[in-house]
Design a binder for this molecule. Structure first.
Ligand code: NAI
Length: 488
């Protein structure tokens, strides 16, 4: 008999509320629904055992049920301690045909407000398939696919295998974060019960599809070091992902998070946006739309020039920190906003991070700053009294505040991202011969397909090339319409 719990969520009684939201979301996710119609019969993901680590939201619930409709088995955890929507998690655990008394859904391990220990416990659960194996009378015990957001699930497999090969988990060093110590503890316990658990899992994984900029960055690092263990599809760099979700998604969910957290009037305020990549562009546009005076910072001269041409002041944080009312960070870098900056900030300046990890704001230094006192205003909103005599408001403890303080990006834009995710899962699972170990992006015809699936819902009338026009510009009538290096 197995000791693996069937799922762990906040409250099964929320399933009905979650199911209503899923139903509404399905109407706003035409790409995913089109894939259900196209592949629901043929079930290309039959036999796929997907370990998913991605914000357990309403939109993700529609993704999960799409993967299941295409034949996959799924285990799921959130990729952030604050991003789970408990009603969506309940709906997924109960499933479309189950009841709270007799849940019949997907094994999901996620609730809003996990500790880091909970978080890594949940992540471990998506790799334990002993219940499914026993039910199927099979000898495998792990997944054969990963669907990742930020790379934590992929990292756990790589670190686990690395330490198994080395025969030991190293002691934590001074420099290691609290979170990394938790990971080391998880793997130390794992190594005490099995010397090859992660090695076996790594060998069985056909591939990973990665959702976000930061996770993709980790994958290229692994590939560059020659230590990537399985093929990966970079979903982020589909045009219909990063140029839509990262930009238009943030344009919606950043102000949503600011409003729900503080309800401070954005108009007239001075807002500082660190990073003018896809996320920064969406953030700056949204805040300007609310009437804020937006100042951007960049390290890249091209992006800095773009920001200037778009009409934004571009400055270093040091030069403007005293004037700023709201700080937004979306760089994917670390220590972008430090304690020295915080000590110079206005009273009740707001600090909001939308980059993937919490170290973008130097939270560790803030937490250990002598004399700094934290007062919780409400969940995910903390006032930090500083030795400067002033205080700052930190949202979601420095973690993704558009998911921690609001509900993340809305369904329609996530349909684009997740349609790419499903197509990427199909590619890696069904056509392994096309993808030796390495990091790939989806071919352009699939990227264009994702966009096409979202046109009707918006009443978009697409112009069709005439044969003569097609010959004149040398572009096929059915695409692909652009060369691979076209930048949109
Ligand atoms: P990107 O690479 O397009 O943009 C990041 C920009 O930050 C770059 O232009 C870079 O030059 C700049 N930058 C780096 N270090 C900097 C520093 N110290 N100061 C100022 N600028 C700096 O990446 P993208 O797609 O905009 O993603 C940014 C982060 O947001 C990533 O961590 C990504 O995973 C995350 N993300 C979060 C989402 C959310 O829902 N909150 C959605 C999508 C991505």
């Amino acid at each position: 008999s197995s000791t693996v719990p069937a799922f762990r969520i906040a409250n099964l009684a929320l399933a009905e509320a979650g199911r209503h939201q899923l139903r509404l979301a399905e109407n706003e996710m035409p790409g995913l629904m089109a894939l259900r119609a196209e592949f629901g019969e043929s079930k290309p993901l039959a036999g796929a055992r997907i370990a998913g680590s991605l914000h357990m939201t309403v939109q993700t619930a529609v993704l999960i049920e799409t993967l299941v409709a295409l034949g996959a088995q799924v285990r799921w955890a959130s990729c952030n301690i604050f991003s789970t929507q408990d009603d969506a998690a309940a709906a997924i655990a109960v499933g479309p045909t189950g009841t709270p008394e007799a849940p019949a859904g997907v094994p999901v391990f996620a609730w809003k407000g996990e500790t880091l220990e909970d978080y890594w416990w949940c992540t471990e659960q998506i790799f334990d398939w002993s219940t499914e194996a026993a039910a199927a009378g099979e000898t495998w015990t792990g997944p054969n696919m990963i669907l990742d957001d930020g790379g934590d699930a992929t990292m756990l497999v790589h670190k686990g295998r690395e330490f198994e090969q080395a025969g030991a988990v190293p002691d934590a060093t001074e420099a290691d974060s609290h979170e990394y110590r938790v990971v080391l503890d998880v793997l130390r316990r794992s190594l005490a019960t099995s010397t090859d658990r992660w090695t076996v899992i790594a060998a069985a994984i056909a591939g990973v599809t990665e959702e976000t900029t930061t996770g993709v960055h980790r994958l290229y690092e692994l590939a560059g070091a020659g230590s990537l263990l399985f093929p990966a599809i970079n979903v982020n760099d589909s045009v219909t992902k990063s140029k839509f979700d990262n930009k238009y998604g943030i344009r919606h969910s950043l102000p949503d998070g600011l409003n729900r957290a503080t309800d401070v009037l954005i108009g007239g305020k001075v807002v500082f946006v660190a990073g003018y990549g896809d996320v920064g562009k969406g953030a700056a546009e949204a805040l300007r739309g609310q009437g804020a005076r937006v100042i951007v910072s960049e390290i890249d001269p091209i992006n800095a020039l773009q920001a200037a041409m778009d009409g934004f002041q571009v400055a270093r944080i040091e030069s403007v920190v005293e004037q700023v009312d709201i700080f937004v960070s979306g760089t994917g870098n670390f220590n972008v906003i430090g304690v020295d900056h915080m000590l110079r900030m206005k009273h009740l300046a707001i600090i909001a991070n939308v980059g993937h990890f919490d170290n973008e704001i130097d939270m560790a230094a803030l937490e250990s700053l002598p004399g700094a006192v934290r007062v919780e205003i409400k969940p995910q909103v903390d006032e930090w009294h500083l030795p400067s005599g002033r205080s700052v408001l930190v949202l979601s403890e420095g973690r993704l505040m558009n998911l921690g303080n609001a509900t993340g990006h809305p369904s329609f834009v996530m349909s684009n991202s997740f349609t790419n995710q499903v197509l990427a899962q199909i590619e890696l699972y069904c056509y392994p011969e096309k993808y030796p170990v390495g990091v790939y992006v989806l071919p352009k015809h699939l990227d264009e397909k994702v966009a096409r699936l979202h046109l009707d819902a918006l009443g978009v009338e697409l112009t069709v090339l005439t044969p003569a026009q097609s010959a004149y510009i040398g572009v096929p009538i059915d695409g692909p319409y652009k060369v691979d290096h076209y930048r949109y």
